[in-house]
Ligand binder design. Structure first.
Ligand code: NI
Length: 171
């Protein structure tokens, strides 16, 4: 089921999310819905707070050509980050049509729990590294625009407030 994606500003996007303690049917359904919502958007990553669930769950798939590689990360934690940094032009499904360059470590090692309850660890590079860090930020209530200067951030926030007013009127 495709769930509605929250648009910034929204208090649920600013919250530090709670860890998942049990992989219940509800968590499995959430992950499945998040993947469906992400692919439909379309996007390469989505965090649970973006669909209004403030739990530490994210999904991603950064494969552009070739068979999809859907990933579900529960309670992800960074265990290593490279000193090298990369700059990517980032966007966010909660901040539609706005893009800005953000610097982040080029590679990160992340540990998480899979949907089967097993602990997993992987080192991500390239777009995957940017994506996983962007999505993990969401779990701490942080958006990519928080890396920008205050003027740029305010400008984008005002555009989003306007977009939300327009959407509310359209319903
Ligand atoms: Ni995002």
């Amino acid at each position: 089921m495709i769930r509605p994606i929250l648009i910034h500003p929204d208090p649920r996007l600013k919250k530090a999310c709670d860890p998942v303690t049990d992989i219940t049917e509800e968590v499995k359904r959430l992950a499945e819905d998040m993947l469906e919502t992400m692919y439909a958007a379309p996007g390469i990553g989505l965090a649970a707070p973006q669909v209004g669930v403030t739990r530490r769950v994210l999904v991603m798939d950064c494969i552009k050509d070739g068979p999809p590689e859907p990933m579900v990360l529960i309670n992800p934690q960074t265990v290593w980050a490279s000193e090298d940094v990369s700059t990517y032009e980032e966007g966010c499904l909660s901040i539609p049509d706005q893009y800005a360059e953000v610097k982040r470590p080029s590679a990160v090692t992340v540990r998480w729990t899979g949907l089967d309850g097993a602990e997993e660890e992987r080192t991500f590079g390239g777009l995957w590294a940017t994506c996983v860090q962007h999505e993990m930020d969401h779990l701490d209530g942080k958006l990519f625009i928080d890396y920008l200067g205050p003027l740029k951030r305010q400008m984008i926030t005002r555009k989003m407030e306007k977009l939300k007013r327009e959407r509310a009127r359209a319903i």
